[in-house]
Design a protein around this ligand. Structure first.
Ligand SMILES: C[S@@+](CC[C@H](N)C(=O)[O-])C[C@H]1O[C@@H](n2cnc3c(N)ncnc32)[C@H](O)[C@@H]1O
Length: 429
């Protein structure tokens, strides 16, 4: 497109009009088929109705207009572009060894929407990064300097909407996801003003209002990894459950699931999705800390024989919640305490690329009050930004952490309970 369109804030289609000269080859009609095959990659790649046209007499001479067509080629094509073999082949097909200059007026409609965006925007980055799709919503992240162009981007996106049949809305997602509930602020730049969408992830259905809750399709592999990891007989506490992408497939597997989210909208959609998938999960709308202190604690004191998993997917700050496990059971009846099930925490955490493991271990230690167990599994989930990784750290909570805020006092409790009975003490320890 003409250079003058760069920086345009309101779409002016007429500014795209210009006369250009395209190189062209004169081909006898009987060779059209073979030539088309041979020159496919060399034909002009604009959205032009006809890339093979009738030759005008003023260009090729009266005698060559009949029985011939012009092949319009990519700008810059010369006879030197062809190898000697290709030239020989063209000669055999009766193609003239000459490039003609074909004048054509191009307009807005001849460019693909990405070409239009690339030509208008001050940098081509936005066009290169493209769109992501969540249900019927396409989303872009416009940088501050691209905001003045949002209407043009919206208009171009409308073209995209027409092409992607499942898409009906284009939003600009403000990049900052630092708000409490991890949802994006978004603004419709094309299509319907409707954020309620439906996703199918690994065969499970999820409906939610994308403007009010967290959803990230890039976590789908992780959702599946954890779902595969837990056994049917395990009990799962999903502390930051969102709209249920861990909780629902795990419940469908047959596990008992307790799912919690502080965002009332996430909670509402969580309940909706549990029903939509015809499954069962106990759902809560509490702060994660309170959920652990009440639901998890009560459950552990029931002396259940089932292994417990605690999912903590709030990678920016979940580590700060670990202190809640310190002394979680410190006021419990000691006999009950001695038969608590194994509790495996799956903590999501961001860490820098450089020395990330040492960094996360140190933060976990600080919050948990003891070092991460040797056999903890540190799994790299994904790269979230340049130099920033997301990990899932899976580890079993030690008895002493759950019982004591300070030190390992298992032995002192046993002593207290056994009242000098050495045999009982041995048995209990
Ligand atoms: C990163 S999202 C994860 C959601 C879901 N587990 C997933 O994988 O898509 C974190 C969730 O934690 C919720 N949240 C934020 N702070 C919370 C808190 N203090 N207690 C409980 N939930 C919280 C947010 O509403 C959000 O749904």
């Amino acid at each position: 497109p003409p250079a003058a369109v760069r920086g345009m804030k309101v779409l002016d289609r007429s500014a795209f009009e210009q006369e250009v000269t395209l190189p062209a080859l004169l081909v006898p009609v009987q060779s059209l088929r073979n030539c088309r095959k041979m020159m496919k990659s060399k034909l002009v790649n604009l959205s032009i109705n006809k890339k093979v046209v009738d030759p005008p007499a003023h260009l090729v001479g009266e005698e060559l207009t009949a029985g011939h067509k012009l092949f319009l080629l990519k700008p810059g094509t010369t006879m030197e572009t062809y190898s000697s073999d290709e030239k020989q082949m063209l000669g055999k097909l009766g193609v003239k060894d000459k490039i003609y200059d074909y004048r054509i007026t191009l307009g807005y409609e001849n460019y693909k929407h990405w070409d239009v965006l690339r030509a208008i925007l001050p940098d081509s980055e936005m066009a290169a990064r493209g769109f992501s799709q969540v249900g019927h919503i396409l989303h872009v992240n416009l940088r501050d300097h691209q905001l003045p162009y949002k209407h043009i981007i919206g208009q171009q996106s409308q073209v995209l909407l027409d092409k992607i049949q499942t898409a009906r809305t284009v939003v600009n997602k403000h990049q900052n996801i630092d708000n409490k509930f991890r949802n994006f602020e978004m603004e419709v730049i094309a299509g319907e003003n409707n954020f309620v969408t439906r996703i199918i992830e690994h065969g499970r259905k999820f409906e939610f209002d994308f403007s009010k809750v967290f959803w990230n399709s890039r976590l789908s592999t992780e959702h599946q990894r954890i779902t595969n990891f837990v056994s049917e007989s395990d009990v799962v506490f999903d502390v930051f459950a969102g709209v249920g992408p861990f909780a629902i497939p795990i419940a469908k597997k047959g596990c008992v699931v307790y799912a919690n989210d502080l965002n009332p909208e996430s909670y509402r959609w969580l309940l909706h999705n549990v029903a939509l998938n015809k499954t069962k999960a106990k759902c809560f709308n509490s702060d994660g800390r309170e959920f652990i202190q009440t639901e998890l604690r009560n459950y552990l004191l029931t002396r259940s024989p089932h292994k417990v998993h605690v999912l903590m997917n709030l990678p920016a700050i979940a580590v700060e919640f670990l202190d809640v496990f310190r002394g979680l059971l410190c006021n419990g009846d000691c006999l009950k305490l001695l038969s608590i099930p194994e509790v495996c925490v799956h903590l999501y955490i961001f860490a820098p690329e450089k020395d990330g493991i040492a960094d996360l271990k140190s933060r976990i230690k600080q919050s948990l009050g003891c070092a991460l167990p040797e056999d903890a599994v540190i799994y790299n989930v994904r790269n979230v930004a340049p130099k920033k990784q997301m990990y899932c750290v899976s580890f079993v909570l030690t008895w002493s952490t759950l019982k004591s805020r300070h030190t390992n006092i298992k032995e002192s409790i046993v002593n207290e309970h056994c009242q000098g009975d050495a045999a009982l003490k041995d048995q209990m320890l």
